[in-house]
Design a protein around this ligand. Structure first.
Ligand code: HPA
Length: 238
C-alpha cells in the first residue's frame, strides 16, 4: 500500500514505532539497536525501518520537525499501517534550573501554542496527555537501569525562533512560571491525534540545550545521551 507520505507494504510496520525527528537518526537507531532492521519506506527521504529488539518487532521512522510534519506521519502510521504505540524520541530545550544537559524528560502532558488540538476539540482547551501505560513503562524501565527521568509537562512550540519583539527570557517566562520542563516542537500534536485515533503516544526527550544557561550539547554528546534514552525506551516496550 502507499499513502501520500509512506510507501510500504501493508504489514511493514510493527505495532510499536519510535519516532525521532531526523530521518538519519531513525537509520542510526535501526542500525545500532535493532536486529535484522530493513528499510521499509523512504518517501521524501523520510526513512522508516522495521526490525526487532530482544525478539520484539519494533519500527522506527523519522517525522521531520514540527506539529504538521509529525501529524502527517503519525496519522498515516496509525490509520493505514496499524501502528498502535508511538513513542517520540527527541530532544528539547530545558526550562527549569533543576534540569541540565542530557537529562531525560518524559512528557506526561504537552502544552502548546499550536492550534491543532483546539481545532480537534471544537475550540475548547484539550489536555494533551501521554498514554499512561507508556509513561509507566518508560519510568519503570529508567528506574531499572538507574537512569533518572523527569516526568512532567513539555511545551510544544510552533516557533523555534521566537517573535522578534521579545527576548528569549520574555518568551519563556510564562512557560517557566507554569513549571513546564522542556520546549520542543511535536508532542502536543502527536498526543492529540493519537488519542483521537485510539492509539497510545508518548514523547521522551533528552535535553540538548539548556535555555536557562545557554549551554548546548555537541553533536557527539547528543549521540551518547540519545543512546541512554533509546535504551530506556526500547527496554520499556519488550
Ligand atoms: N526549542 C524548540 N525545540 C527544541 C529546542 C528548543 O530550544 N531544543 C530542542 N528542540
Amino acid at each position: 500500500m502507499s499513502t501520500p507520505h509512506i510507501s510500504a507494504p501493508d504489514d511493514a510496520f510493527a505495532e510499536t514505532c519510535l519516532l525521532p525527528g531526523d530521518p538519519l537518526r531513525a537509520k542510526w537507531i535501526a542500525e545500532t539497536f535493532l536486529d535484522d532492521a530493513v528499510q521499509v519506506t523512504a518517501v521524501r527521504n523520510v526513512l522508516g525501518f522495521t526490525g526487532s529488539y530482544k525478539g520484539k518487532p519494533v519500527s522506527v521512522m523519522g517525522t521531520g520537525m514540527g506539529v504538521p510534519s509529525i501529524s502527517i506521519y503519525a496519522t498515516e502510521l496509525i490509520d493505514f499501517y496499524g501502528v498502535k504505540k508511538l513513542i517520540r524520541v527527541g530532544s528539547c530545550g530545558s526550562l527549569q534550573p533543576h534540569l541540565g544537559l542530557k537529562d531525560v524528560v518524559v512528557g506526561l502532558g504537552a502544552c502548546t501554542n499550536s492550534g491543532v488540538n483546539r481545532a480537534r476539540f471544537e475550540g475548547w482547551d484539550f489536555a494533551a496527555i501521554a498514554d499512561y501505560g507508556l509513561v509507566r513503562a518508560v519510568v519503570d524501565s529508567a528506574e531499572a537501569q538507574g537512569i533518572t527521568v523527569h516526568v512532567g509537562n513539555l511545551m510544544t512550540s510552533d516557533l523555534f525562533y521566537g517573535p522578534t519583539n521579545k527576548t528569549l527570557e520574555e518568551t519563556m517566562a510564562p512557560i517557566q512560571r507554569m513549571g513546564v520542563l522542556g520546549v520542543e516542537m511535536e508532542a502536543a500534536g502527536l498526543y492529540g491525534l493519537a488519542i483521537e485515533r485510539g492509539a497510545a503516544a508518548l514523547a521522551v526527550c533528552s535535553v540538548s540545550d539548556d535555555l536557562t544557561t545557554g549551554e548546548i550539547l555537541s553533536s557527539d554528546e547528543r549521540e551518547t545521551s540519545l543512546s541512554d534514552m533509546i535504551t530506556v525506551v526500547l527496554e520499556s516496550v519488550i
